[in-house]
Design a protein around this ligand. Structure first.
Ligand code: MN
Length: 204
């Protein structure tokens, strides 16, 4: 059985950048549905249902063929959203020195990183996610379609941005670029920094 984690802050904590109603629908309806659907898919597979989420996502190829795609979609949806709430915070923060150095060396600075990440998010076609990942020692901006997880292809997500319309449509409608620029105000750089440190330590 997989559970829906509580938000790490109030529904209204990220206002005015993300409104309480969007957070409520996003967490209580969309995220909750992925959890519910995953549990339903695994009802007849109690041994698989006992695995850790990360274990499922990193070993999709080991799953029975008839549930592989469903687990990829639903477990991906659960895990991506578990991470997404942690990637945001009402507390202002900044990249720590190690991350700052790395972003500067790979992307020519934090501003330039932000521009490249934003361009990837603005240009992404359809539903999916844009990521900063740690890929075998390399920092990269990537994107995945639907609820696919970077973990499934051996990458560790350090930051992820939900570009599904359900993440912004109530407040921003079709103005995705406005949602993107607002979002930078609530990025949890402390979390990104500590994930970067952990990824460097484990080497992936
Ligand atoms: Mn979402």
């Amino acid at each position: 059985m997989f559970n829906l984690p509580d938000l790490p802050y109030d529904y209204s904590a990220l206002e005015p950048y993300i409104d309480a109603e969007t957070m409520r629908v996003h967490h209580d309806k969309h995220h909750a549905a992925y959890v519910k659907n995953l549990n339903t898919v695994l009802e007849k597979y109690p041994e698989i249902a006992r695995k850790e989420l990360l274990d499922l996502i990193t070993h999709l190829d080991e799953l029975p063929e008839e549930i592989k795609t469903k687990v990829k979609n639903q477990a991906g949806g659960v895990l991506n959203h578990n991470l997404f709430w942690e990637f945001m915070s009402p507390e202002k923060s900044a990249p720590d020195e190690k991350l700052l150095t790395a972003l500067t060396s790979v992307f020519s600075g934090v501003d330039s990183f932000r521009e490249q990440f934003s361009a990837a998010a603005a240009g992404f076609f359809g539903s999916g996610w844009v990521w900063l990942v740690f890929d075998h020692g390399q920092l990269k901006i990537t994107a995945t379609a639907n609820q696919d997880s970077p973990y499934s292809i051996g990458q560790t997500p350090l930051l992820g941005f939900d570009v599904w319309e359900h993440a912004y449509y109530l407040k921003y409608q079709n103005r995705r670029p406005e949602y993107i620029s607002a979002w930078w105000n609530i990025v949890n750089w402390a979390e990104v920094s500590s994930r970067f440190l952990a990824a460097q330590t484990s080497g992936r």
